[in-house]
Design a protein around this ligand. Structure first.
Ligand SMILES: [Mg+2]
Length: 86
């Protein structure tokens, strides 16, 4: 077993925080509805998550093609088990 570096730990914690913030925004959109004044907040939290996603990729040394393959696997599951690709 290998412990995370300080940079990996910090990136992981901030990523968790940002994903929680996006989760909260999405939950409130479902509960209270989506109006145009909420767009900027949604965009900001999505951007925060995308940035931390990239930083996670960098700090863990994950190649783009590995992520592409993972995304394809998930896409196939969603095609089979959701209506998102109908
Ligand atoms: Mg945020």
């Amino acid at each position: 077993m290998k412990h995370l570096t300080n940079q990996q730990q910090e990136t992981a914690v901030i990523a968790m925080e940002e994903m929680a913030e996006l989760t909260q925004v999405l939950s409130k959109l479902i509960r209270f509805g989506y109006t145009s004044d909420k767009t900027e907040h949604l965009i900001q939290e999505m951007g925060d998550v995308l940035l931390l996603h990239r930083l996670l990729q960098n700090t863990f040394g994950i190649e783009d093609n590995s992520l592409d393959e993972a995304m394809l696997r998930k896409q196939h599951k969603l095609m089979a088990w959701s209506s998102l690709y109908e």
